[in-house]
Design a protein around this ligand. Sequence first.
Ligand code: NAD
Length: 245
Amino acid sequence: MLKNKTAVVTGGTRGIGLAIARKYLENGANVVVAGSRQETVDQALEKLQEYEGHIMGICPNLCDPQEVAAVFASVRERFGSLDILVNNAGISSRTSIYEYTMEEFTRIVDINLKAVCVCSQAAARIMKEQGGGVILNTSSMVGEYGQASGCIYPTTKFAVNGLTRSLARELARDGIRVNAVAPGVTNTDMVSALPKEMVERIAAGIPLGRVGEPMDVANAFLYLASDMADYVTGVVLRVDGATMV
Ligand code: NAD
C-alpha cells in the first residue's frame, strides 16, 4: 500500500511509533525513525534490521526548525522524497494543576505541540515542492474528553486536533492531506507507567472489551497514509473500541 513512499515517524523507537514504522515497512515504504536519543534509535533500527536498505535513524531536536529542516533534507537526499510525516512523539503527564511547574508545562507543550508544528512546516515545504504528501498526527481520546489530572497533556492533544483540521484546509491546495488518529488506551510503555487501577477502570468501560494494541493504531495510520484515503483530510479518527469516559 505504500510502495516507493518514504515516511518519517517521530517517536518511532517504541510503542505506537515502532508499530507504525513496522507496518509501513511491511507495506513497501522506506521508513525514517526519529527518536530522542541515538541509543534508542539504534535499538529500534536493530529490531527492524530485516528491512535494511529501507530504514534510516535520526534524532534531531524536533523543536528546532533548522535542525529538522536539515535532517528532512537528508531524508529526501537518501530516499528521493519525503511523502509521509507521522508526528507521533509525545509525553504524557498525571501532574495535578496544583503541582505543575512551568518547566514541566513547557516540556509537554514542546514535544506534544511545538514539535508537531515544526516538523509539519519542514515536511510541508518539501511536500509542496514535490506536489503532495501526507501529514498524520497522533492525538488521543483525551483530546476529545479531557482527563482528570495532568491537564496539559489533553490540552496539547486538543491543540493537535485543531492543528490537524486547520492544516488540512490550508494545505489541501498543495496536495497535502492532514489527518490524526486518536488512540484510546493502548498497550505501550506510556500505559504501563500509569497506575494499574486506572488502566483497569478505563478498560472496563471499553465496549469492545479490551485495551488497544499498537498494531490496532498502526492499521489506522496505514489506511490514512495510503491512496485509499485520497479523499480523506481533516479527520481525527478514533481508534478506541468506542471507549466511553
Ligand atoms: P511511548 O512512551 O512508548 O513512546 C513515545 C515515543 O516518543 C518514544 O519513541 C520516545 O522516544 C518519543 N519521544 C518522547 N520524547 C521525545 C523527544 N523529546 N524527541 C523525540 N522523541 C521523543 O508512548 P506511546 O504510547 O507509543 O505514545 C506514542 C503517541 O501516542 C504519543 O503521542 C501519545 O500521546 C499517543 N497516545 C498514546 C496512548 C496510549 O495509551 N499509549 C493513547 C493515546 C495517545
